[in-house]
Design a protein around this ligand. Structure first.
Ligand SMILES: Cc1ncc(COP(=O)(O)O)c(C=O)c1O
Length: 471
């Protein structure tokens, strides 16, 4: 019998596709790539890839196919929904697990399917990714929960807004975890409060799901989560899949925003009988491979154990902050209080005044082979607030951006950890950062600003630097 090593937080690194890939630096030397951009996308887990390869031998069209492989594929696709529901501790009988491309599509779908009108109120927050902000703005009156000085949600402001809009608030739509500061919101408190005022709650779990367990049922009678969305590519399964989970009743009436094959029971020239959710909501041929990938990633994460993932990521965050706070003049926009670290995912944004965010991100990449992200992370209003920009500053910034004047556009550098990152990688990051700071003048002389992109690039690069992979 083949003995399979149990996946654990200690061996997860060996189960990440591409973990030992060497990449080339500006000076032509090769080094191990360090990915500190997991808030954007996580790499693939080996068991996910293995499962997909295995499944592809059985892959076929689903639901309407009659052949052997269709039966297996249909069963696999349908079974995957229960795995997702269990991962979120959702009631599988009452809820629909609807597959979409990603969290953005999931939130857009919900914004259509709630059948909102202009007098309805949705309360989102200043902390949101644009994906949980823009879909609401053009469908109803959208209010934004304020944030406190340190970037956390102002829950008193939420209560005020719920109270002054009593009876009109259809939904409170908040992120479980900020993609800029890593703050984890008290979602069950927010759920209770929202339910007290008759509003439903949506948790954007794109950023929360890789770092903490989610419990849609809640612990009490009123702290359940009505809707949850997440993305596979942030959960070690980058195969174009996302999920919207919510009560079947929400999707039983009204037209889905996309209609077509797969969504109906029967159509005549004169009428349409829609299928029950989730099929009603999944127009066209579905992403079966994505569903397999997501289900397998969830199984792997369950095996590793979310408690262990949390523990490890807290250790990384503590150690990183301990070292980062020692950098002279650094400004950290995420939480630095030790007591709050358990309520923060490993997402840390900062600036070092003598470098622009885009220059520093470029230097980390080309001098150290470290992938981070810089800018405003699709959360412009939140970053504006963290940077204390005045309305006049924001107007000027928007004009500059519209006219392509990108050099001084404000932003932050963001480091974000996944469960496979290590203390040793943080040590390398700190060495590289200190080397860049200590040799600022001579290093920066080797770089140039490209006005058309607003980014920096080395003046000279080895010819074959990006020759490793091509289509
Ligand atoms: C908090 C949050 N919500 C939503 C999204 C959008 O996710 P996706 O691009 O997978 O739709 C992101 C992506 O970074 C995010 O961080």
């Amino acid at each position: 019998m083949l003995f399979k090593n149990r996946l654990s937080i200690d061996n997860v690194r060996n189960n990440i596709v591409g973990i030992n890939k060497k990449i080339m630096l500006r000076n032509g030397k090769k080094t191990n790539y360090i990915s500190f951009d997991n808030a954007a996308s996580t790499p693939t887990l080996v068991p996910v890839l293995t499962k997909i390869n295995e499944f592809l031998e059985w892959y076929s069209s689903i639901h309407r196919g009659t052949g052997y492989k269709s039966v297996i594929s249909t069963r696999t696709y349908d079974d995957s929904r229960k795995i997702v529901a269990d991962f979120l501790n959702a009631d599988f009988e009452k809820n629909a697990v609807i597959y979409v491309k990603n969290s953005t599509e999931a939130i857009n779908k919900l914004s259509y399917r709630l059948q909102l009108d202009r007098n309805d109120v949705v309360i989102s927050s200043l902390m949101e990714h644009h994906s949980n902000d823009l879909p609401w703005r053009n469908k109803c009156k959208t209010l934004f929960i304020n944030v406190l000085e340190d970037g956390r949600l102002d829950l008193d402001d939420l209560e005020k807004k719920l109270n002054s809009n009593k009876g009109k608030v259809k939904l409170v739509a908040v992120t479980g975890c900020s993609n800029v500061t890593g703050y984890i919101n008290d979602i069950h408190y927010i759920a209770s409060l929202s339910h007290t005022y008759g509003a439903k709650i949506l948790i954007d779990a794109a950023q929360l799901a890789p770092h903490r367990s989610i419990n849609m049922k809640g612990k009490g009678s009123d702290d359940y989560l009505d809707f949850v969305v997440l993305s596979g590519h942030k959960l070690y399964a980058p195969f174009g899949i996302g999920v919207l989970v919510g009560p079947k009743s929400t999707f039983q009436s009204g037209e889905p925003e996309y209609t077509g094959g797969g969504t109906i029971i029967s159509v005549s020239q004169n009428n349409i009988y829609y299928a029950a959710p989730p099929e009603r909501e999944e127009a066209g041929s579905p992403n079966i491979v994505g569903a397999v990938a997501l289900a397998e990633a969830i199984k792997a994460i369950n095996e590793i154990d979310m408690t262990e993932i949390k523990k490890h990521e807290i250790e990384l965050t503590k150690y990183f902050l301990e070292r980062l706070t020692k950098i002279p003049r650094i400004k950290i926009y995420s939480n630095t209080k030790e007591a709050l670290i358990p309520n923060t995912a490993g997402v840390i944004s900062f600036n070092i005044p003598e470098f622009s965010h885009s220059l520093l991100a470029c230097l980390l990449a080309y001098e150290g082979g470290i992938g981070v992200r810089n800018g405003c992370f699709c959360a412009h209003p939140y970053v504006h607030r963290l940077l204390n920009l005045s309305p006049a500053d924001i107007r000027k910034l928007q004009q500059d951006m519209m006219f392509g004047r990108l050099k001084n556009v404000p932003g932050l550098v963001r480091v974000s950890f996944g469960m496979y990152n290590t203390i040793q990688e943080i040590d390398i990051f700190m060495d590289v950062l200190n080397y860049i700071i200590d040799n600022k003048k001579s290093i920066c002389d080797e770089y140039m600003y490209i006005s058309s992109t607003g980014k920096y690039e080395p003046k000279n690069l080895p010819k074959n630097i990006y020759s490793e992979f091509r289509l």
